[in-house]
Design a protein around this ligand. Structure first.
Ligand SMILES: [Zn+2]
Length: 247
């Protein structure tokens, strides 16, 4: 049994390396994915601002034209003022001039507001344009950089998995599936090491002291069954201290 558990210990080392490789791969791929999503989002916003800008330019041209026409009309009416003969006519033309002036004032303030928003937007477009350009360059560099890394990680994973499967081959199936479940649920530590009581006598997984009876059992050289930590359920492996000549 001790030998079986020792094999599981070796398997655990391989499994952890495999898991690390897989996490690195996911991390590398995820970073590029994030960069791509960010750049796409900025690109869409830039597009929207540019369209808004085009609409604002068209609106500005329209208002400027209306303003010029209004000015011309006011000039016309003023000239007519010199020709009027009656008070009634004078009153009518004056009212028309006032109304035209009001319209032009309104157009002028619309134009001012529009100009202000155009200025703000131009700044955003410029900034965002730079961000998008930088994002694209960064993305291209990252894609190039990770292409190699992804390839080497993938091949390392394949090698690692083959080695791992070889190590798992021949281990009792029930024990192997118990190990696999623990590996997943206990953050990659399915087998806990127990050091001699003189050192600490604790389960290395959860740091709890083992009950004396259990400690005695796992210490026996001929272990007949697999023991689990009563607290965290990890499979226990007693780390016997090799007898040195001095002892
Ligand atoms: Zn434990």
């Amino acid at each position: 049994m001790r030998e079986e558990i020792a094999r599981l210990m070796d398997l655990q080392v391989l499994d952890r390396q495999l898991k690390e490789l897989e996490l690195s791969l996911a991390d590398v791929a995820g970073r590029v994915e994030q960069l791509r999503a960010e750049t796409d989002k900025n690109q869409t916003e830039l597009q929207r601002l540019t369209e808004e800008d085009q609409q604002a330019s068209a609106a500005r041209k329209r208002i400027e034209k209306d303003l010029a026409e209004g000015e011309a009309r006011i000039r016309n009416k003023r000239m007519r003022l010199n020709l009027v003969r009656t008070d009634k006519e004078l009153q009518a033309v004056t009212t028309e001039v006032e109304s035209l002036k009001e319209t032009n004032q309104r157009l002028e303030s619309e134009l001012a507001a529009l100009n202000e928003s155009v200025g703000v937007r131009a700044t955003s477009i410029k900034e965002l344009g730079e961000i998008v350009a930088n994002g694209r360059a960064e993305l291209a560099a990252a894609e190039k950089e990770i292409a190699d890394r992804v390839e080497s990680l993938k091949s390392a994973i394949t090698t690692q998995r083959a080695e791992r499967d070889k190590a798992a081959d021949g281990i009792d199936r029930a024990l192997l599936s118990r190990y696999t479940m623990l590996f997943q649920r206990r953050a990659g530590v399915a087998i806990a090491v127990v050091k001699p009581l003189a050192k600490d006598g604790k389960c290395s997984g959860c740091q709890r002291l083992l009950p004396p009876q259990l400690y005695n059992e796992i210490q026996k050289p001929k272990q007949v069954q697999i023991y689990s930590c009563p607290n965290c359920q990890r499979i226990l492996f007693y780390e016997a201290v090799p007898q040195t000549s001095e002892e």
